[in-house]
Design a binder for this molecule. Structure first.
Ligand SMILES: *Cc1c(COP(=O)(O)O)cnc(C)c1O
Length: 371
């Protein structure tokens, strides 16, 4: 029997269901695509909005031993959950006092030569500790610039004093397999590795895993695909769906013409219709850009959003679902519309939908890691 654990508001308007067994299955699928490599996991932003505790415990039980978070605070929260895990902090040394990395056994991902020098000195003073090195190979975001990497190749003793656990880089366009920047970044990374002190290397996140074995190096570090998002745009999604979002109908009314609905009178009914008002809005992560573009489902019946998304409410044209009643739940994310499809309607990506999921939903966790 599937284990279920529930948390969060009891009398809210929505229920967010997170299938932890699907996350575990996705971890196995991804690890299986990169045989011989370590499979780490990105659990930043509260496990991509799904809850750090249940997500991290599930991944640990599935065999994951290394975790990437964005901030030291996230690392400290994860340390309380997983005492034995390796926890890497992507934002580097700027974001927290050095002592925290030692106290909570967090592994900083060093992003420039200044951080390399600071960490090396700190380790010479207080005892050796691990760190990862992040090389920028084409994102112009975090990581050593090519010039800094060249300096480090010429002066390897800058790394003396700490344990260089990993060398990582990050792909800008991995979700588009044909994009020429993938090969450019791959070759820049491989070239840098050949010149630097040897260490296990990692380039691929979710999408990069599907570029093929040349991109796997020693460790892959998926996030999004673990949570069911499609790793490659426009291709069949090999991941199991993880999230379901249901929202309660608060009220239903018949509208005659002429009648408009919601703020700005943005939608005008041309023919008489039935309108359901449901209990979620942009404060719950139903992005306002879904106004006039989103769709929900009642069973298999598609019901379009009409008018603007407001803070706590949305309005749906349920004329085609005459059985709908106040108190019934509509599906916003479910079998008929996955996270990526909802994101496309909102003009964004699944990552933003997941990490924006609101705090007012009842959360139901299904599966082994639930309790
Ligand atoms: C977020 C992140 C990941 C995971 O990326 P996904 O696309 O979610 O798989 C891996 N590495 C770095 C540096 C990241 O910032």
């Amino acid at each position: 029997m599937t284990q279920i654990a529930e948390t969060g508001p009891v009398h809210g308007g929505g229920v967010l269901t997170v299938d932890l067994d699907a996350i575990a299955a996705n971890y196995s699928i991804l690890a299986g695509h990169a045989p011989g490599c370590e499979a780490a996991a990105a659990v930043k932003a509260d496990g991509y909005g799904l809850g750090l505790g249940p997500v991290a415990r599930t991944l640990w039980a599935a065999g994951c031993r290394s975790f990437f978070v964005a901030t030291a605070d996230e690392g400290i929260a994860l340390r309380a959950l997983l005492n034995q895990a390796t926890i890497a902090v992507l934002s580097g040394l700027i974001a927290a006092p050095l002592g925290l990395f030692r106290e909570y056994r967090l592994l900083p991902v060093l992003n420039d030569l200044g951080q390399v020098a600071t960490w090396a000195q700190y380790c010479r003073d207080t005892g050796t500790l691990p760190a990862a090195l992040h090389l920028d190979t084409g994102m112009a975001r975090l990581g050593l610039t090519p010039a800094e990497t060249a300096t480090l190749a010429a002066e390897p003793n800058r790394l003396d004093g700490f344990d260089l656990r990993w060398i990582v880089s990050h792909l800008a366009c991995a979700d588009q397999p044909e994009h020429p920047l993938n090969a450019v970044q791959h070759d820049a990374f491989a070239g840098a590795l050949a010149r630097l002190k040897p260490a296990p290397a990692s380039l691929a996140a979710s999408s990069g895993i599907f570029l093929g074995p040349d991109w796997h190096f020693d460790m892959v570090r998926p996030g999004a695909a673990l949570y069911g998002l499609a790793p490659q745009a426009g291709r069949p999604n090999p991941m199991r769906p993880v999230v379901q979002l249901q929202v309660k109908i608060l009220q239903i009314r018949d509208v005659d013409t002429p009648q408009t609905v919601g703020y700005g009178a943005a939608h005008r009914f041309a023919v008489p219709a039935r309108v359901a008002t449901v209990a979620a809005g942009y404060a719950d992560g139903c992005l306002r850009s879904l106004s006039g573009r989103g769709t929900a489902h009642i069973g298999d019946i598609a019901v379009p959003l009409v008018g603007r998304v407001s803070m706590d409410l949305m309005t749906l044209d349920v004329t085609q679902a005459p059985a709908a009643r106040p108190g019934d739940m509509i599906d916003l994310i479910g079998p008929n519309q996955d996270v990526d499809a909802l994101a496309a309607r909102a003009g964004t990506i699944g990552y933003e939908i997941l990490t924006a999921l609101g705090r007012r939903y009842r959360r139901r966790y299904l599966g082994g890691g639930a309790s």
